[in-house]
Design a protein around this ligand. Structure first.
Ligand SMILES: [Zn+2]
Length: 64
């Protein structure tokens, strides 16, 4: 029975973590992860790096 309680608590904690992370995203504090470094953008004629937020999945591109 204690396992069930632990699982419930675990899920609650995970949810809390997720909500907190989403609040950060809403405030513009994304956790950027490089998904595609030093790609050559033909349109811009420059090297670009693609980023993706590990929390909300938002993407951004920065020029090198
Ligand atoms: Zn985000």
């Amino acid at each position: 029975m204690s396992n069930v309680t632990n699982l419930k608590q675990f899920k609650k904690q995970q949810l809390k973590k997720k909500n907190k992370a989403k609040t950060f995203c809403k405030s513009g504090f994304h956790q950027w992860k490089i998904t595609n470094p030093n790609q050559f953008d033909v349109k811009k004629g420059k090297l670009v790096t693609n980023f993706q937020c590990t929390i909300c999945g938002k993407t951004k591109v920065t020029l090198q």
